[in-house]
Write a new protein. Sequence first.
Length: 182
Amino acid sequence: MNWKGEFCLGETWLVFRGRAGDNRPHAHATLQLTVSLGPEILISDENDRLVSGSALCVKAGKRHTLHPSKSVVLVLIEPQSQLADYVQRFAGDSDISEVTPSLTAQINWGGELDMLLEPLDIGGNRLRSNLDVRLAEALEFLRTSPLKGAIAAAAKSCGLSEPRLRVIAQQQLGVPLSKWLI
């Protein structure tokens, strides 16, 4: 089965709505929120354990496989964003977990894609409030820097060694900083 649908790109998110087709185990540098517009969705973890539900959250950097589904909304969210922090409050602690209906009820999943996430009250800041201040500085630096030597320059700009910045990023974003850059 092929993927077919529509998508929209925001500042810290991408939304796809449509048919989810075949795919292989993979991981994203983003948090993944998947909402079914029909029967429950199925996502397998890296050990082929199936998780099912009407709305599922996959943490950034975690291997998974979304099984084909006729009608889903898939939201990929940058892990350092306020939106990711907000969504994770409604998800469990597992790498793949069900999302409480109190989150999904806030959104008209059939609405215009570019306005889909507007009803969420996440505040005006783009970055999470609990993000290490040095990492936040480095991420802002990286948004406008050329890729060549960017991580070393970002580390210098926030007063960290490059290895230390990489460790903090992995801990707080769930993915290596080099993967986040892509």
